[in-house]
Write a protein that binds this ligand. Structure first.
Ligand code: PMP
Length: 433
């Protein structure tokens, strides 16, 4: 399919290239395919020229109900006239906190922030304050946001230093921080335990995505991590910015049956409005009680101007209400399963070696025969083919994230059928090239 760009969009693209260092480059390096969004509704997104795409990028995950769901637009229509932010806590935020405590197993106390990155950043600070130790252990390939601690060994960098050496994935990160972050292999309990045994006395906390991108935890991995962190009283932090309220109301911790000490949430809970949530054990979270400051007790600062603002909170409250209806997750799971199976089948039928991994509501494809276990196990996968698939699908009216597919409750049977047909065409094309 040729994607037509009208004059207005071409002008906007030129302006973006001139004004923004990132330009319009988001999905692909093929300039012709990057676009400027005009609008989005339900499972669909349109560029400024009017080209329509079935959307599995979903704003990088948040739109679990689809774009512009009536629960979201309805909440937004009423809230602004009450004011847009107060710093002081509001009714809507307290109601959302109640729901989080009801649904998320680890949540005894809750704080609100403006992004997933902030939530993981503050989770690490709280853990370090609780343990009175500075080092953090994270897993290779795990992404926890854009702050300095998080941007260590979260991507393939062309080298494989031995564990636990961390490599920064961005320039501009202070060199001193490299020694503060230890790296372990996801899904390798034995190696992880050995590292923790060796470094436990220096560790302030351990952060992990329970479903690391699309690597499903091996039976016993999260349980073993839970056991050893409990043994040494090292806070175990689950980064559920993607999985929270996506894998179900209780997120990955409910699905996999392992409860961490702290948890970062974001994305799905606020329908695209900026929100990060930190929740967890009362004794750790209460380090953020400002009364501790005047009592001269250890105190952790973690507030911000926009924390708990009523606009975001009224949307979060409305979304949780829809997610609580049992059919919502059932539909997402059903459609996600069909897509995962259809993608795998399309590649097998075309004779293209590929493995689809993840959970039905968020999954990804690897172009390799190897079993997707963790970041290092996938170094042999053909990353270029992944981009190629994205480009072919985009030309065919199907939008996915660079790596993953996100599924929403707004995707219907017709979307799934059209997408499965696009998978088959793309697989055939890849096989021929
Ligand atoms: N953790 C994970 C697992 C994520 O996928 C992301 C965002 N992609 C973040 C943290 C950071 O969230 P945000 O972009 O809202 O800062």
């Amino acid at each position: 399919m040729t994607l037509l760009r009208n004059e207005k969009e071409r002008g906007l693209i030129a302006d973006a290239e001139r004004l923004l260092p990132t330009g319009t480059r988001c999905l692909t390096f093929e300039d012709e395919l990057n676009f400027v969004v005009g609008r989005a509704q339900g499972s669909r997104i349109w560029d400024v020229s009017g080209n329509e795409y079935i959307d599995y990028l979903l704003g990088s995950g948040p739109h679990i109900l689809g774009h512009a769901h009536p629960a979201i637009t309805g909440a937004l229509a009423h809230i602004a006239e009450k004011g847009t932010s107060y710093l002081i806590i509001c009714e809507e935020a307290i109601e959302v906190a109640k729901k989080i405590v009801e649904h998320v197993p680890c949540a005894e106390r809750v704080t609100f922030h403006s992004s997933g990155s902030e939530a993981t950043f503050f989770a690490l600070r709280l853990a370090r304050a609780y343990r009175r130790r500075d080092k953090i252990l994270k897993f290779e390939g795990g992404y926890h946001g854009m702050h300095d601690y998080a941007l260590m060994s979260n991507q393939w960098t062309g080298g494989q230093p031995p564990y636990p050496t961390a490599i920064p994935n961005s320039h501009g990160i202070p060199a001193a921080l490299r020694d503060e972050v230890l790296i372990a292999p996801f899904n390798d309990l034995e190696a992880t335990i050995a590292l923790i045994e060796q470094h436990h006395d220096a560790l302030g906390g351990i952060i992990v995505e329970p479903l690391q991108r699309s690597f499903v935890p091996r039976p016993g991995f999260l349980e073993g991590l839970r056991e050893i962190t409990r043994h040494y009283d090292i806070p175990l932090i689950f980064d559920e910015v993607v999985t929270g309220f996506r894998l179900g109301l209780g997120g990955a911790q409910a699905r996999y049956g392992v409860t961490p000490d702290l948890c970062a949430l974001g994305k799905c809970i606020s329908g695209g409005l900026p929100l990060g949530v930190l929740c967890g054990r009362e004794d750790i979270m209460s380090l953020a009680d400002p009364r501790r400051r005047i009592q001269m007790l250890p105190f952790v600062m973690l507030t911000g101007t926009f924390s708990s603002n009523p606009v975001v909170m009224s949307v979060a409250r409305a979304i949780i209400g829809v997610l609580e209806q049992p059919e919502t997750y059932a539909r997402i799971e059903r459609n996600g399963k069909r897509l995962m199976q259809g993608l795998q089948q399309a590649m097998s039928d075309a004779g293209v070696p590929a493995r689809v991994s993840g959970e039905p509501s968020t999954f990804q494809i690897w172009f390799t025969d190897a079993e997707p276990v963790n970041h290092r196990s996938m170094h042999g996968a053909d990353a270029w083919l992944n981009f190629r698939l994205g480009d072919l699908l985009l030309r065919d009216g199907v939008l996915k994230a660079a790596e993953k597919f996100f599924v929403s409750a707004a995707h219907d049977d017709a979307d799934i059928e059209r997408t499965l047909a696009a998978f088959r065409r793309a697989a055939q094309r890849i096989a021929e090239e």
